[in-house]
Design a protein around this ligand. Structure first.
Ligand SMILES: Cc1ncc(COP(=O)(O)O)c(C=O)c1O
Length: 446
């Protein structure tokens, strides 16, 4: 068991300078903490504050603020940021030499990501973010006038905008499906199945949405699509490194992710998975010679870019592995259940995410009857210094949905005290109301 005694023993095992060295040695500290609890289940470790204290120590944060908007972009652990700065300094010594060298080492990053997330390294392209990954696919697929894309009204606004632009430019048809939240995997499957027409060429949907974290039946939808000659584009911006799965098991054609979200890589990192047989068929966003058409790296050909940012993904991956994907998912779920269970008995509290096991981890949404979500998020900031995002639906071309609330996204460094402060703040709002506000933080679930 990971007790105060083992906690101290591990500290000692790091050597005489163990505690003082921690700032530069967090990976070893996290690995040691994980080794010390190796015989316990992820759910047990999720509740072990001594273990999570080690993880919290790995970050340089502003603890005067409580960050419950990790769904936007997450801070990187110190070791990741340090690595990034090191590579940046190195590149700057003689850019043409060192930048090129670092670039040639990026195969290690591609290989590491592929191994961890379950696909082949020559199916993984390194990009700048999920927007770029998905837009490579959205703009690179051969579609002609009349071809139909089926997506949903709760897909990410930029991705919807990209399809809208193709609609204007190439006269394709875009069908957006509506669905209630939370809903079942069967319901989502059936909505897509019913919507198929002879013109349908593409399914585009989220693995989990950025709004309520609604989980989609990716494998079933991919199989359905393949059986009808339809390709699947999956927006995994919020799924990868958040809860464990293997990309290949999803059986989709394309999968786009931001690595500066749940993998905690420096801002400006993304991943695009392209199923092997699709690589030659998909046009890259920036042109490449014909001989490169079979090479996944054609999607990385974007001219000069900061290799340091990309290289430090290796450190973020090592940090993720040191915690362990299962432990991380269990902790995120534990944090979510802590606030949701504390609030849900109140009839004015509407939990808009499915709290059953295997459905929700660190991204969930809550609305309060009679309280405007934007005013509530402003109140959270003004009164409690909590950064949390209001989710409010819009009109096309934006996301369209009829619920509002706060999208709550803690992270591995979130403390129980921070979660409990959020609960107190929500109780305060329920009891005393919140000032009306014209501002409010956040827009549509970013
Ligand atoms: C579901 C979803 N897709 C795509 C994106 C785009 O990510 P990025 O801004 O990192 O490109 C986001 C960002 O929040 C998202 O939530």
């Amino acid at each position: 068991m990971w007790t105060r005694r083992t906690f101290l023993r591990v500290g000692g095992a790091l050597g005489a300078a163990g505690w003082t060295a921690r700032a530069t040695d967090t990976l070893a500290a996290v690995e040691a903490a994980s080794a010390a609890v190796a015989d316990r289940t992820p759910d047990e470790i999720a509740q072990d504050e001594f273990f999570w204290r080690e993880i919290q120590e790995a970050f340089a944060l502003d603890r005067t603020l409580i960050n419950l908007n990790n769904g936007n972009t997450c801070p990187s652990p110190r070791i990741v940021l340090d690595a990034c700065k090191r590579y940046m300094d190195m590149a700057n010594m003689l850019p043409v030499h060192y930048r090129g060298q670092t670039e040639s080492h990026l195969q290690t990053v591609r290989r590491g990501l592929a191994k961890e997330f379950g696909c082949d390294e020559d199916e993984v392209a390194l990009t700048r973010n999920a927007s770029e990954s998905l837009q490579i696919v959205q703009t690179g697929l051969d579609l002609k006038a009349g071809d139909e894309v089926i997506t949903t009204d709760q897909d990410y606004p930029r991705m919807l905008t990209t399809w809208d632009q193709r609609m204007r430019r190439d006269k394709i048809k875009v069908t957006r499906l509506q669905f209630p939240v939370p809903t079942t995997q069967d319901d989502l499957y059936q909505r897509f199945e019913r919507a198929i027409t002879p013109q349908t060429k593409v399914f585009h949907f989220c693995h989990i949405t950025n709004l309520t974290g609604q989980l989609f039946p990716v494998q079933r939808l991919s199989r359905l699509a393949r059986s009808r000659g339809i390709v699947t584009v999956v927006d995994g911006a919020h799924a990868l490194a958040h809860f464990p799965f293997r990309i290949r098991d999803l059986e989709c054609d394309y999968y786009g992710v931001s690595l500066h979200k749940w993998l905690l890589a420096p801002i400006g990192n993304g991943l695009l998975y392209v199923r092997r047989e699709n690589i030659p068929k998909l046009w890259p966003m920036q042109a490449v010679p014909e001989r490169q058409m079979n090479d996944i790296r054609k999607f990385e050909a974007i001219g000069t870019y900061p290799t340091a940012i990309r290289a430090s993904v290796a450190e973020a991956l090592a940090f993720h592995q040191a915690i362990g994907a299962e432990r991380k998912a269990a902790r995120l779920r534990y944090l979510t259940l802590r606030w949701a269970n504390a609030l849900k008995a109140n009839p004015r509290v509407k939990i808009l995410s499915n709290l059953e096991p295997g459905q929700t981890w660190g991204l969930a949404m809550v609305g309060l009857d009679g309280i405007d979500a934007r005013a509530l998020s402003q109140f959270m900031m003004d009164r409690y210094r909590i950064v949390v995002n209001a989710v409010v639906g819009g009109q096309p071309p934006a996301q369209v949905f009829d619920y509002t609330g706060l999208r709550v996204t803690p992270n591995v460094y979130t403390t129980l005290q921070e979660i409990d402060t959020f609960v107190d703040a929500m109780q305060d709002a329920l009891k005393n109301g919140v000032p009306t506000s014209t501002g409010g933080r956040g827009r549509t679930g970013e």
